[in-house]
Design a protein around this ligand. Structure first.
Ligand code: ADP
Ligand code: MG
Ligand code: MG
Length: 248
């Protein structure tokens, strides 16, 4: 069964059609790569799914429930989590404090983060587990602002894990990460997927997407050109001609 369905989703802004009749069903546990040239509408698609932007046409269905008109926080409470293209960490807080904020937001106790942390706190435990999941068990006391790019991205993923989402949207999780850190980050994403979570990932590192994804969705000028296995997508003549001369 599909955990996420888009039904003929369209978005028009000031006469420009940013998304055009995008229909897509994502089965539970799938890792779907989303590729396409800059400006194709990938981030906008994530904004529509997460509730940041309301589509002008069509429906967004989460676990069989129409959430098209629901705000971001309701979708988050229903198990939808996302990262953004730019970093969302508080640089002056420690790594553990950042991740604990996310856990507490999910536990509905955000106000208590500014009190002395208690080791038995459920949020602290969740945060520590999430940091261990991304290989940063020993980085909890470091300041988030002092981390390398690749580490920041891992902490952002730990923040997601701490919110216990079932459906995760990753928007260019490798952006700004040095090539030496790409394999480790890919492993973290593979781990998210192994946990049974459904993952949608926009990524420009084609080799990474092709290696990780069960299927790949190709966006082009606001349209979904193809959704297929990595092999079939790369062999698709429509996809090939859409990219001709445009680069990724
Ligand atoms: P991608 O993530 O694939 O690079 P985006 O989803 O960011 O592409 O953008 C798709 C297109 O929609 C771009 O042409 C962008 O300029 C346009 N766009 C996105 N958001 C808005 C907005 N709020 N108002 C006007 N145009 C927008
Ligand atoms: Mg882009
Ligand atoms: Mg984008």
């Amino acid at each position: 069964d599909a955990v996420l369905e888009l039904e003929r989703v369209g978005l028009a802004i000031g006469g420009a059609r940013i998304l055009k009749e995008v229909s897509l069903a994502v089965p539970a546990g799938e890792l779907l790569g989303v590729i396409g040239p800059n400006g194709a509408g990938k981030t906008t698609l994530f904004n529509v799914v997460s509730g940041v932007v309301r589509p002008t046409e069509g429906r967004v269905v989460l676990d069989g429930r129409d959430v098209t008109r629901e705000p971001v926080h309701r979708r988050a409470a229903a198990g939808l989590g996302r990262t953004f293209q730019t970093s969302s960490l508080f640089p002056a807080l420690t790594v553990l404090e950042n991740v604990r904020l996310a856990a507490q937001a999910d536990l509905g106790a955000a106000a208590s983060v500014f009190r002395t942390p208690r080791p038995t706190d459920a949020a602290t435990e969740r945060a520590r587990d999430a940091l261990a999941d991304v290989g940063l068990a020993d980085a909890g006391d470091r300041l988030a602002g002092g981390l390398a790019h690749g580490e920041k991205r891992k902490v952002e993923i730990a923040m997601l894990i701490a919110m216990e989402p079932r459906v995760i949207l990753l928007d260019e999780p490798m952006a700004g990460v040095g090539s030496a850190d790409v394999p480790a980050l890919a492993e973290v994403i593979r781990g998210l997927h192994r946990g049974g979570r459904t993952v949608l990932m926009v990524e420009h590192h084609l080799d990474v997407v092709l290696g990780l994804a069960d299927r790949i969705a190709v966006m082009h000028h606001g349209e979904l050109l193809a959704v297929d296995t990595p092999e079939a997508v790369m062999a698709n003549p429509t996809v090939q001609s859409a990219y001709l001369g445009e680069g990724m």
